[in-house]
Ligand binder design. Sequence first.
Ligand code: FO1
Length: 320
Amino acid sequence: MSEGRRITVVAGGVGAAKFLRGLLDVYPNKLVTALVNVADDFCLHGLAISPDLDTVTYTLSGQVNPDTGWGRVEETWRVKDELERLGGQTWFNLGDLDLALHLYRTQRLNEGATLTQVTLEICNTLGIEARLLPASNQEIRTQLKVQGQGWIDFQDYFVAQQHSVAVQDLRFEGIGSAAPGPEVISSLQESDAIIIAPSNPFVSVRPVLEISGITDVLKQRKEKVVAISPIVGGAALKGPASRMLEELGFERNSVGIASLYKDVAGTLVIDEVDLELSQRVEAEGIRPLVTDTIMDTPIRAAALARAVLAEFSLNEEEQQ
Ligand code: FO1
């Protein structure tokens, strides 16, 4: 990697992608690594689908669908329409352009390439200069125990059932034997700042942190770790994070997030509307940094990135 102070971002899907977009608008892209969750990955139509990697890739290359935050902008749906006519599986929306990416990734994996290699190849074709690293090259699959159904797969919970069922427990199949991907540990060790993106702490961040060796590095480097709370005023901006906090026995606010991250992060970024929670976050043993965390425009995402960089006095590295 290039000379300069490096940053690693632990990333899930949409929230992480927006934050990374803001960070890359203000910081030298070659100094940024995104360590991306792979426990949402699954196989459909025989294709290897990596939703979080793709959400980050499409966002950073300016190709994401701005209405959903995932999938491609100006997508077409001819394959899906024909599948529907045939009576095939269409519950997970795969557009024509998106399908091309899954075809390419599946072919390369079948040829023996690793997910790390394929991700790099895809990023190169899209001109992405930041480094995207899958958290692991081995299969990890999130499963949730939900009321009345027992254990179900992540995308069944998230997409097929629109995360409408109460979660009682979580497990990450395969995580016990999964190794961190190449350069994952060294990236965490060599970074001047490690940022846990405003992603779902249970289904996006935890399956990264539970991979062998990752939490150990974060604990050792806790003062270099800043987590950004995905909860604003008691609600998640997107997805089921706030409900899951309550369902799994945590406070449904940034104090609940603080209790989840207190061992791995020295600082927790919380939103201005949660200013009154600062002392309670501090009481959890994590320093609160209060700022605007809403990223509804690229300008606000960049402002959040700047506020986090200032915490590490990294602003002077900013690109012109
Ligand atoms: N999310 C949905 O809510 N419905 C979908 O049909 C859907 C399709 C989809 C296709 C490709 C892709 O990369 C992501 C997609 N997502 C969809 C998002 C995805 O399920 C979630 O954002 C993550 O897995 C959670 O981080």
